[in-house]
Design a protein around this ligand. Structure first.
Ligand SMILES: NC(=O)c1ccc[n+]([C@@H]2O[C@H](COP(=O)([O-])OP(=O)(O)OC[C@H]3O[C@@H](n4cnc5c(N)ncnc54)[C@H](O)[C@@H]3O)[C@@H](O)[C@H]2O)c1
Ligand SMILES: O=C(O)C[C@H](O)C(=O)O
Length: 351
């Protein structure tokens, strides 16, 4: 049995090598699984700092049957590399725009970490001029080749790139607000880590919702709802809030010009994609925070807890009780978040 699987993998690799002589893509079939639904996940920007470890983590996910790795260059190598891992999914690497359609066809989940990262001294909004165009063209292709996929937007500034994606999909007639997500999981990951350290509780048991958006003061961790409960002072809560808001900058400065968070982001992106896949597969009660179309506040997009289901967003959950500090901070983040949303909408509609 094992020998025949090994032989079939070897012959699949040989077949893929012969058809990828131009080195544009490599496809290698691994193992099949009868009990779990087939799911194709595409990563756009897969040769980058986030893309590579995210490709690795998605290759480790047993819910994935096909892993499609797309970038403007470098993906055949990444695909060949991760394809040797003995997990379920078939891996294909596509390099160059002419292969984007093939990379996307049939995708259930598309994860987008394509675009430039920050350098010290930059805000996420400083990335807008380059990343807005990248996201727009990738979303145009998604609308064409996999209009029903769940889209996990990582590219910054998320506060604007998600509204850009929504406008592109609206124009193409494929927009479904239940299928578009800004990935804010890294804020939750950070809030959990920092809270566990300060409260001296087991980090594996910690939960902290993070609402708002994904940039500076628009990131609002709700430590008043954190569990397990801990008796932290107002000063501690303020310091934890600030550290969560500045978490990305902390990494950008530490990397000193060599980019922003990649490994922790890949981890966070893998958690969120896994939640999307579980929801699609009908696993009940899958809840994660995400930046989605929302009416929990007056802002058209807002991050809060979201219940995931077979069609993507099943329910955008309310904010729950907020402390006075959180109420005040929520009001103060709204103008900046609204202006980032409007900037994205304007860009998508004028260019
Ligand atoms: N949402 C979050 O929490 C979060 C966290 C960390 C980083 N980010 C953002 O993710 C993005 C990527 O960061 P990174 O560190 O991986 O950057 P990186 O430069 O290491 O990788 C980006 C990759 O995107 C590719 N790319 C560029 N244009 C493309 C296109 N048109 N199609 C496909 N691929 C394209 C590049 O070739 C590169 O491989 C940045 O915008 C960064 O700010 C978001
Ligand atoms: O901070 C950045 O520029 C990257 C990312 O948004 C992060 O939060 O780490």
């Amino acid at each position: 049995m094992r020998t025949s699987i090994v032989r079939s993998v070897q012959s699949a690799i040989a077949r893929s090598r012969s058809r990828s002589s131009s080195s544009t893509y490599v496809c290698a079939r691994a193992y099949s699984s009868d009990s779990v639904p087939e799911r194709k996940v595409a990563v756009l920007g897969a040769a980058g700092g986030i893309g590579q470890p995210l490709a690795l983590l998605m290759k480790l996910n047993p819910l994935v049957s096909k892993l499609s790795l797309y970038d403007i260059a470098g993906t055949p190598g990444v695909a060949a590399d991760v394809s040797h891992i003995n997990t379920r999914s078939e891996v294909c690497g596509y390099a160059g725009e002419e292969h984007l359609g093939k990379a996307l066809e049939g995708a259930d989940v598309v994860i987008i970490p394509a675009g430039v990262p920050r350098k010290p001294g930059m805000t996420r909004d400083d990335l807008f001029n380059i990343n807005a165009g990248i996201v727009k063209s990738l979303c145009t292709a998604i609308a064409k080749y996999c209009p029903h996929a769940l889209v996990n937007m990582i590219s910054n500034p998320v506060n604007s790139t998600v509204p850009i994606a929504a406008e592109v999909f609206k124009k193409a007639g494929t927009y479904d607000e239940k299928r578009l997500f800004g990935v804010t999981t890294l804020d939750v990951v950070r809030a959990k880590t920092f809270y566990a350290g300060k409260a001296n509780v087991n980090v594996a048991e910690v939960n902290v919702p993070v609402i708002g958006g994904h940039a500076g003061i628009t990131i609002l961790p709700l430590f008043s709802q954190a569990t397990p409960k801990a008796n932290l002072s107002d000063e501690d809560i303020k310091a934890l809030t600030k550290r969560t808001q500045d978490g990305g900058t902390e990494v950008v400065e530490a990397k000193a010009g060599k980019g922003s968070a990649t490994l922790s982001m890949a981890y966070a992106g893998a958690i969120f994609a896994d939640a999307c896949l579980k929801g699609l597969n009908g696993v009940p009660d899958v809840v994660e925070c995400s930046y989605v179309q929302s009416n929990v506040t007056e802002l058209p997009f807002f991050a809060s807890k979201v219940r995931l289901g077979k069609n993507g967003v099943e329910e955008v959950l309310g904010l729950g009780p907020l402390s006075d500090y959180e109420k005040e901070t929520l009001e103060s983040l709204k103008p900046e978040l609204l202006s980032s949303i409007e900037k994205g909408i304007k860009f998508a509609n004028q260019s």
